[in-house]
Write a protein of this length. Structure first.
Length: 383
C-alpha cells in the first residue's frame, strides 16, 4: 500500500464512522459568544471557565509585558529565554499552591509528556486511570516503563495493581477533574494508597485549578492532598495558555536537567507570563466568579431533568450529555447551531466507542437567560 493509499484509507474510515474532525475559523470564541462569519452563537464549548481570557487586567498585563519584553522569549529557558517575568510567576505559583518549586511549560501536553519521559525507566510501572487525558496515556505508552490502567475512579482497582511486584518505582496518574466526563477523582484515597505502597501520585488538574478549593487552588487543595507531582494548566480557568509542574526541590532540578520538552523548546513569551500573573491575581480574588459559575452549574442541572439523554455525575463546569451514536451527536450539535448555540459533539477516539456526547461547558460569564435558552432548545430538539 502506498503512502497516498494509506492516508486516503484512514480518512475514508473516519468519514464512514462519523468521527471525521473539522476546524472552522471563527472571529473569536473564548468568551460568552462565538462569531463565525456574520453569525453569533452563545458559546457553550469553551474552557475559559471564569472569563479571564477577556478580562481587562489580563489583557493589559499582556500588552504591558509586550511593550517591556517584546512578543517572544528569544530561546529556550536554558539559553536566553528565562527572564524575571517567568521567575516571578514560578515563585508565585509555588507559594500559592504550597510547593517548593514550580516549572513553566509551553503547554499542559508538553508538561505531562516531559515528566513521564524524564522520570520513568524500564523497571518502573505507570498506573493510570483509564480515562486519563491523551497526553498522559500517550506519554506512558511511549515511556520504557510498563503501563497498567485501572478502572475509572476506582481506588480498589489501583490498590490491586499497587500490590503486584515491581522491581522499580511505581507512579499513579490521574486527572483532578476529567475533561470529557466532568467528574472528580477520589484524590485523598488514591494518595493514601500510593503513600502506603511507597509509590508517587501525579495529578493533572487542568480543569480543577482556578475553580475549585480555597482561592481556586484546585482539586488537590480541596481534598487536602499534596501529590508528589501536580500539573496545572493555564488554558482553562486562567484564560491564557501554558502549564506548570509543581514539585519538590530535587525533582525540579532533575527536570531542569533531563526534561527534554523543557530544555529543547522555546519558552513562553515573557508577556504571556505577565498576563498569567494578572490572571493568578484574578483567581485568588475570584470568589464571586466561582460562586457565579456554581450557580450556573446548578441552574443547568436542575433544568436538564427530563431529557432523554443521560447527564454525567458532575458538579463542575463540564456537563456532558451522553448520546452514544456518533452521527446522532453530530446531528444534535448541528441543530443547536441552527438555533444559535455552539456546542461540540465529542466522538471516539477522544471518548470510548459508543460514548459520543454533547460536551457542554458553563462559565461564570454566562447569564441566567443564556442557560434558559440552552435548556429550552435542548428540550425542544431531544424529545
Amino acid at each position: 500500500m502506498s503512502w497516498q493509499q494509506r492516508i486516503q484509507q484512514a480518512l475514508e474510515e473516519r468519514q464512514r464512522s462519523a468521527t471525521y474532525r473539522q476546524r472552522q475559523a471563527n472571529m473569536g470564541g473564548g468568551g460568552r459568544y462565538l462569531q463565525l462569519n456574520d453569525q453569533h452563537y452563545l458559546n457553550f464549548s469553551g474552557n475559559d471557565y471564569l472569563g479571564l481570557g477577556q478580562h481587562d487586567d489580563v489583557i493589559a498585563a499582556w500588552q504591558q509585558g509586550a511593550m517591556r519584553y517584546g512578543v517572544g522569549s528569544g530561546g529556550s529557558g536554558h539559553v536566553t529565554g528565562f527572564c524575571h517575568a517567568h521567575d516571578e510567576l514560578e515563585q508565585k505559583l509555588a507559594e500559592w499552591l504550597g510547593y517548593p518549586r514550580a516549572l513553566l511549560f509551553i503547554s499542559g501536553y508538553a508538561a505531562n509528556q516531559a515528566v513521564l519521559a524524564a522520570l520513568m525507566q524500564a523497571d518502573d510501572r505507570i498506573l493510570a486511570d483509564k480515562l486519563s487525558h491523551a497526553s498522559l496515556l500517550e506519554a506512558a505508552t511511549h515511556s520504557p516503563a510498563q503501563l497498567r490502567r485501572f478502572r475509572h475512579n476506582q481506588p480498589q482497582a489501583l490498590a490491586t495493581l499497587l500490590e503486584k511486584t515491581c522491581i522499580g518505582q511505581q507512579l499513579a496518574i490521574t486527572e483532578g477533574v476529567f475533561s470529557m466526563d466532568g467528574d472528580s477523582a477520589p484524590l485523598a484515597e488514591l494518595h493514601r494508597l500510593t503513600q502506603q505502597a511507597g509509590a508517587w501520585l501525579m495529578v493533572d488538574d487542568a480543569h480543577g485549578i482556578g475553580v475549585r478549593g480555597e482561592q481556586g487552588r484546585g482539586s488537590c487543595w480541596q481534598q487536602g492532598v499534596h501529590p508528589e507531582v501536580l500539573v496545572v494548566t493555564f488554558g482553562k480557568a486562567f484564560g491564557v495558555s501554558g502549564a506548570a509542574v509543581l514539585c519538590d526541590e530535587p525533582l525540579a532540578e532533575y527536570l531542569l536537567q533531563f526534561a527534554r520538552h523543557l530544555i529543547y523548546s522555546t519558552s513562553m513569551p515573557p508577556a504571556q507570563a505577565c498576563a498569567l500573573q494578572a490572571a493568578l491575581r484574578c483567581i485568588q480574588q475570584g470568589d464571586a466568579l466561582r460562586e457565579r459559575l456554581q450557580n450556573n452549574i446548578q441552574h443547568f442541572r436542575a433544568g436538564v431533568a427530563g431529557l432523554p439523554l443521560a447527564l454525567t455525575v458532575s458538579d463542575t463546569a463540564i456537563q456532558p450529555l451522553l448520546v452514544g451514536d456518533n452521527q446522532r451527536a453530530l446531528d444534535l450539535a448541528q441543530r443547536l447551531r441552527e438555533r444559535g448555540l455552539w456546542i461540540s459533539a465529542i466522538r471516539p477516539p477522544t471518548v470510548p466507542p459508543g460514548g459520543a456526547r454533547l460536551r457542554i461547558t458553563l462559565t461564570a460569564v454566562h447569564q441566567s437567560e443564556d442557560i434558559d435558552r440552552l435548556l429550552e432548545v435542548l428540550h425542544g430538539i431531544c424529545h
